[in-house]
Design a protein. Structure first.
Length: 51
């Protein structure tokens, strides 16, 4: 599951997933994208690479 939000003048995404090795729930956050489109593209690349 992923969530998006605007923080000041930049965008942030937060993705929650289960680590396939340990089975623990993890969360990955990345911020600093100037546009919503740019951060969605980065998130799609992460999903394609299986985080």
């Amino acid at each position: 599951m992923a969530s998006f939000r605007k923080r000041g003048s930049s965008w942030e995404y937060r993705i929650k997933y289960t680590d396939p090795v340990t089975g623990k729930k993890r969360e990955k956050t990345k911020a600093g994208f100037k546009t919503k489109k740019k951060h969605r593209l980065k998130l799609q690349r992460l999903r394609n690479n299986s985080i």
